[in-house]
Design a protein around this ligand. Structure first.
Ligand code: ZN
Length: 709
């Protein structure tokens, strides 16, 4: 997942800024407390001094940033000179530096290591930021200048990147309702503010509900054949939660998944599964049903004000997919074979359960347990055989080695760069000539202060207006932390996640454009998952596995026989994985393709949405509505389909390497590097066609999925 920005882009972020006003002000006071976010940073590569920044510093820094931004906008508007590309478009692009700096830092820290102060700051500041940007995006005098330039865009002799910046800037205003009557604008501002409050509340509720649940097990027999490292982690969790003995399991994935995979106690499996699937749906103060119902209703109203029938029409018109109809058609194309495959697999699982002597109805909470059984019995494969080859540091080094083979990058650990949590590691990225490229922070382990899932953030975007500003990015995961006796050993899919987020990281790091708002991952949402997903292809290629998948004790490379078995066994559950993903994508589209507010309440709506596509009882959408953070607090509304859209591109792009007989082919790698270095300076389709010589085809994806039907 690529973390969505709360900021509307088009503002450059660089560290050249000196906040003279504040430093001067503080000189006159006795014992001044200088906010470290607002000062110049004398740090390696201008990295943020996280060792000096306190949680309390973010709020005043963001507030100062907004004030400064307001002034800068005022200066553009009041400029007596005729509007030009430079005094208006570039001035707008480079305004709000300080705000951008503070917001990017805050976003990263708040999602990865929150606390009460940061939570309160977020609650206060997000609606204020929403209003701040609305005020700018609906500033008619500012738009008048932009519009004048836009009208002569073909006569100004602009470069293609300048032109793209102009078009994107213009579009921000149009899509924000600049041409609406005042009354409608006022209503839109209110809606946006409320939506940002609700989105914040949705995320906070979800984190609470995830952290509050505990399954405490006292009988070791219930753990079945669970590997020692998980048992040890559960024992530590149990102590942490105040128990003298036993094992505690939580709703965080590194904890619940092993339990569902291994526990022989069906009722306990059902209990934790219900805990997970009913998050924020328990009728308590952290319930998200009313929150999301209000969001859906407000989004419909917003779409209507902006002249669209539905919210998905509004969102998709700015993406590669263009229309809801196109998205539904794509989802359906994959849905049918995926569902058939999942149904076929279900029969195998039911049979396996019967062989276990259980004649009950097969439950959703039985699925993972019997998948593991089948993998182990039919494919003689057990994830525990491969885990020792995917120790977290080995996987990270594998990702680095891949970037070296493809793009000539090297990674040097830096201990002199400040971090915001002790688990973080920082690396300087260098190119093949030893030139500094950027910085990447990596943070692998789960903790209660971190949001779930995995994502990438940008702390500083690449740009090159007056001078080249290098990018700074982060990768965040929720893997089990190493314990005294066990290193952090990853499952295959966790290892894949490392490569995925690293792919987003590379998209940011390799960026080589002029304007920050067109750099790195600032691309349409249904294009942004392409550079991350394409990197996943390499991690299981024998040629690449040899480079990194080495046993943490013996250093032995993963045996090719095991890789064959692993790939066959992983292929087994592709129906389930695709179905749960697609079900969530349909649910997202259904919530956002309404012309009027739904009469049904959340759960009924969800049930009828799933019934419509014929989802089977034993599978639920990957995210149910009350914990679908991607669409209600993560910027992927009417956009969860993006992963599939990007998958078409990534499967087809990887074929380009395979067709040469060398998955690391340097010529293709060079063309691919050009594509990801281009950020959003061209449309996704243009960039793709330059790389591939044609439009993407879906065949490579369907072949890779290997559906049985
Ligand atoms: Zn992603």
């Amino acid at each position: 997942m690529k973390k969505a920005f709360i900021i509307f882009s088009a503002i450059i972020f660089s560290f050249q800024c000196t906040h003279k006003k504040d430093t001067m002000k503080t000189e006159t006071k006795s014992k001044p407390e200088i906010n470290p976010i607002l000062t110049d940073w004398d740090t390696p590569f201008g990295t943020a001094p996280f060792d000096k920044i306190k949680s309390e510093d973010y709020l005043p820094a963001i507030e100062s940033g907004m004030k400064e931004h307001d002034l800068e906008i005022k200066n553009i508007v009041n400029n007596k000179d005729k509007p030009t590309f430079s005094n208006t478009i570039i001035a707008f692009e480079t305004s709000g530096k300080l705000l951008k700096r503070a917001s990017l830092l805050f976003d990263a820290v708040e999602s990865a290591n929150t606390n009460d102060v940061l939570k309160a700051t977020s609650k206060k500041i997000r609606p204020e930021l929403s209003s701040h940007y609305d005020k700018i995006k609906m500033n008619k005098k500012l738009f008048e200048r932009i519009d004048k330039i836009y009208k002569q865009k073909d006569k100004l002799g602009l470069s293609s990147e300048d032109k793209k910046l102009l078009e994107e800037t213009y579009k921000i205003f149009i899509r924000s309702g600049i041409n609406l009557a005042d009354k409608k604008q006022e209503r839109l501002k209110k809606i946006n503010k409320r939506l940002s409050e609700l989105s914040q509340q949705f995320g906070d509720n979800l984190l609470e509900e995830t952290n509050n649940f505990e399954l405490h097990v006292t009988n070791k027999n219930d753990l079945g054949e669970m590997p020692d490292n998980f048992i040890e982690a559960a024992a530590i969790e149990s102590k942490k939660r105040g128990h003298k003995t036993g094992w505690s399991f939580t709703l965080q994935r590194p904890s619940i998944y092993p339990f569902l995979d291994y526990s022989t106690n069906r009722n306990l499996r059902e209990k934790i599964y219900k805990g997970y699937t009913n998050r924020a749906n328990n009728g308590n103060k952290f319930d998200n049903k009313k929150v999301l119902e209000e969001m859906v209703t407000l989004r419909i109203e917003k779409a209507h004000i902006l002249g669209y029938d539905t919210y998905s029409d509004f969102i998709l018109s700015d993406n590669m997919a263009q229309t809801p109809d196109k998205v539904y058609k794509l989802l359906m194309k994959v849905w049918k074979p995926a569902l058939k495959t999942a149904k076929y697999d279900r029969e195998l699982l039911v049979k396996m359960m019967k062989e276990d002597g259980i004649s009950d109805k097969f439950r959703a909470s039985d699925w993972r347990y019997y998948v593991r059984q089948i993998r182990s019995k039919k494919y003689s494969f057990n994830e525990d055989q491969t885990r020792p080859y995917f120790e977290v540091n080995a996987v990270r080094n594998g990702a680095f080695t891949l970037a070296n083979k493809l793009f000539g990058l090297t990674f040097k650990e830096r201990k002199d760069i400040a971090i915001w949590h002790k688990d973080q590691e920082v690396f300087e990225v260098l190119d093949d000539t030893g030139k500094h490229v950027g910085i990447i922070y990596m943070d692998f382990f789960a903790r209660p202060s971190k949001k779930g899932g995995a994502w990438m953030n940008e702390l500083r975007m690449q740009s090159n207006i007056d001078k080249f500003i290098t990018p700074i990015v982060t990768n965040n995961f929720n893997f089990p932390a190493p314990t005294k006796n066990n290193p952090s050993l990853l499952s295959f899919s966790q290892a894949q996640t490392v490569f995925h987020e690293f792919g987003h990281g590379l998209h940011g790091l390799l960026s080589n454009v002029k304007y920050a708002s067109l750099s790195g991952t600032n691309v349409p949402r249904d294009f942004v998952e392409f550079p991350s997903q394409v990197i996943e292809n390499w991690m299981s290629e024998p040629q690449v596995l040899k480079l990194y998948a080495k046993h943490y004790k013996t250093g032995e490379v993963i045996p090719s026989e095991m890789v064959k078995k692993m790939n066959a066994a992983n292929g087994f559950d592709v129906g389930f994985r695709t179905v749960e993903y697609l079900a969530a994508s349909f649910l997202d589209m259904d919530w956002h393709s309404l012309y009027e507010a739904p009469k049904e309440k959340t759960i009924e709506f969800e049930n009828s949405s799933m019934k419509k596509i014929g989802l089977i009882d034993e599978i639920i959408p990957r995210y149910r509505s009350t914990y679908f953070a991607h669409i209600f607090s993560g910027g992927y509304s009417a956009g969860y389909y993006s992963y599939l859209w990007s998958e078409i591109l990534d499967a087809d792009a990887f074929e380009a390497f395979k067709e040469t007989g060398d998955v690391l082919n340097p010529e293709v790698a060079k063309r691919y590097k050009k594509l990801i270095s281009s950020g959003g300076t061209k449309s996704g389709m243009e960039l793709y066609k330059e790389f591939r010589g044609r439009e993407p085809k879906i065949e490579a994806l369907l072949k890779r999925k290997g559906f049985k039907y």
